[in-house]
Design a protein around this ligand. Structure first.
Ligand SMILES: Cc1cc2nc3c(=O)[nH]c(=O)nc-3n(C[C@H](O)[C@H](O)[C@H](O)COP(=O)(O)O)c2cc1C
Ligand code: SF4
Length: 595
């Protein structure tokens, strides 16, 4: 069992009995036993004072937690559309066949389970999978063959060749954030010299906006939190990075971790927080060891802990909190619920986290990249930052480029760069569409490649997936509708039911049984979801369908069945049951499709 730096073992011996630790305890038990036995639930219930039924509901909520044994080797293939384009399905089928495994079902000898999971954030070096929580990238038939041998021989994943687990940074273009390193401690020194007011003024003047997607002004968020009543304030770094096609925070957490933590400490000093969290997606377990080391190095250097840089009252420390495979936990209020050890159901807002966040105390939640930018601004100033970008979108942005191009990876550009420029630089040709900002984002056709990536034109949280002319865009759409069905937390009807209906209708288009009535249904359901869903997941889930219907109508129209009536369900496949029961499969037992 892989346990980077003994982190999971430490979790399992964690003596903290606060109910907030529930999810962390469950993750440790899952890693230890490959599932969470009922007996462990009973003990946890007694220890934390959390009802067992609540613990069972938390287990059911997170994709990486299970009540029944998984294989000794627990494998999840990443299933983003870019993994599909790189052949993940055939590789998974091949592996299942070689090992004699049904997807999702542990092998009878308990040795291995093989499953699919949502995007694991390795799209620039896919296809990828997780084995016992650790990422294996650049899968090939040969690599799969070797893995099968290691599994059959019972070689623990910790002893597999190191090259399997290499995750490259893959920086293809650097600009101000990735080139101009700040010296460790320099943003904290700037705060101690200038004071919180001056740092806030500088952030305000820089016009830094959040890099997690919504683009809320960072200075305003920090100021609201600073001014919110109550002695206990918190800082949270949103490192959930679950949006399909997004992997730029992976780089920052790996190679710029000091800068991320510097930004969090700066924020703590400004808002008066003593405690912070890095909410790290479970898929990035491999980053934990280095992150823990960076935190310890900073404690040793008096950059975390008590009296930071000798300043009385400046006490702040950071804990890593792992996620367990739930995309919606990237939504800030769901993330806070998850930090409190609960199911990640998004909260009603207002109140916003800056007033009532973690433990109902004022909390700043920022994206990883936002903290890096804030630390740079504290050191180099607002003018330096504003020298790049556009009026409404100052500074630079990291893009995660993947799909049909010669050079996938991380690209840093000043805001305002055109889509065409990025395509040229990454060696894309014959491009049919770019999916910006992930599954919830927008699909851009070639006639719009002149557009600028910026909050005032086309915004993005960072994902930039490229599809050439040979690709079937409906496969992309279907991958995303399945993703949203899978990731819906089920709390509200429009998303829980609407998402499923949209997915079924897209499947119907895909197999060639849909009519124009189904298309109008897709539009109707999409609009209802946009207007009535409880959180951003449900309100953005229809985007890929609505956007492609508008910009790529031929993708749908060429598949519509030519029929004089408009069935609301798939009659041909419904007849399959009666064909089976009557033992008939002659011509007259089928509809006359296509006539
Ligand atoms: C479904 C959903 C998933 C999200 N996932 C992330 C994420 O992985 N990382 C992130 O920084 N923000 C994510 N967000 C946005 C956060 O709710 C929040 O706006 C952000 O963390 C604020 O940080 P910022 O101001 O620095 O952008 C997500 C939002 C939604 C609706
Ligand atoms: S929109 Fe979806 S993810 Fe958000 S609360 Fe409703 S069901 Fe949950």
């Amino acid at each position: 069992m892989k346990d980077p730096g003994g982190f999971l073992t430490r979790l399992s011996t964690d003596s903290d009995d606060s109910p907030d630790r529930l999810l962390q305890h469950l993750i440790a038990i899952q890693h230890h036993h490959s599932y969470i036995p009922d007996e462990a639930v009973r003990r946890l219930s007694e220890r934390l004072g959390t009802p067992a039924v609540e613990i069972f509901s938390v287990i059911a909520y997170y994709a990486f937690l299970h009540r029944h044994p998984r294989g000794q080797f627990d494998i999840y293939f990443s299933d983003n559309i870019t993994d599909r384009m790189l052949g993940n399905k055939a590789l998974m089928e091949g592996m299942c066949k070689k090992l004699g495994v049904e997807p999702g079902v542990p092998r009878a000898d308990g040795k291995v389970t093989i499953d699919m999971t949502s995007c694991t954030g390795m799209c620039d070096q896919g296809p990828a999978l997780l084995v016992n929580g650790m990422a294996v990238t650049r899968l090939t038939e040969e690599r799969i063959h070797k893995m099968v041998g290691l599994i059959e021989a019972g070689v623990p994943a910790a002893k597999w060749p190191k090259r399997f687990f290499v995750v490259k940074d893959n920086i293809q273009r650097k600009d101000m954030l990735l080139s101009d390193y700040i010296i460790r401690g320099s943003a904290i020194d700037a705060l101690n010299v200038k004071g919180g007011d001056a740092i806030l003024e500088s952030l305000d003047a820089s016009n830094l906006r959040g890099r997690g997607g919504a683009g809320f002004k960072t200075a305003t968020k920090w100021r609201f939190c600073r001014e919110a009543p109550g002695a206990e304030h918190y800082v949270v770094c949103n490192a959930d990075e679950g949006e399909p096609g997004t992997f730029k925070d992976r780089l920052l957490l790996h190679s710029y971790a000091n800068c991320v933590i510097e930004g969090m400490t700066l924020c703590a000093g400004v808002i008066g927080a003593k405690k912070g969290f890095i909410y790290l997606r479970g898929e990035y377990l491999y980053l934990v060891e280095a992150l823990e080391k960076t935190l310890q190095d900073r404690r040793d250097a008096n950059l975390l802990g008590e009296k930071i840089r000798g300043k009385p009252g400046f006490d702040f420390d950071i804990e890593i909190h792992l996620g367990a495979g739930a995309y919606v936990c990237g939504e800030e209020s769901a993330l806070i619920e998850s930090l409190e050890g609960k199911r990640g159901i998004p909260r009603q807002r207002p109140p916003f986290p800056v007033v009532s966040g973690y433990r109902n105390r004022p909390t700043v939640v920022n994206n990883v990249e936002t903290f890096v930018a804030a630390a740079h601004i504290a050191v180099f100033g607002a003018d330096w930052f504003k020298s790049s970008g556009t009026g409404d979108s100052t500074g630079t942005k990291l893009f995660s480029v993947s799909g049909d191009c010669a050079k996938p990876g991380i690209y840093e550009y000043p805001f305002g760069v055109t889509i065409r420029q990025v395509l040229e630089d990454c060696g894309a040709s014959d491009t049919q569409a770019v999916q910006l900002s992930g599954a919830a984002g927008s699909t851009i056709p070639p006639q719009e490649f002149y557009r600028h990536i910026a909050f005032e034109d086309v915004p993005t949280g960072g994902s930039f997936m490229i599809f050439n002319q040979k690709r079937d865009l409906l496969k992309m759409v279907l991958n995303f509708t399945r993703f949203f069905c899978h990731e819906s937390c089920g709390f509200c009807t429009p998303c829980r039911i609407g998402g499923r209906l949209m997915n079924d209708l897209v499947e119907k288009v895909m197999v060639g049984y849909a009519t124009s009535y189904d298309i109008s249904e897709l539009k109707k359901i999409g609009l209802v979801m946009k207007k009535t869903a409880h959180c951003g997941l449900g309100s953005t889930a229809p985007n890929p369908v609505l956007d492609t219907l508008k910009k790529f109508p031929g993708t749908y129209s060429k598949r519509l069945i030519n029929t004089s009536y408009e069935p609301a369900f798939n009659l041909e496949s419904a007849l399959e049951v009666s064909r089976h029961l009557t033992g008939r499969d002659d011509e007259r037992a089928h509809l006359e499709l296509g006539n």
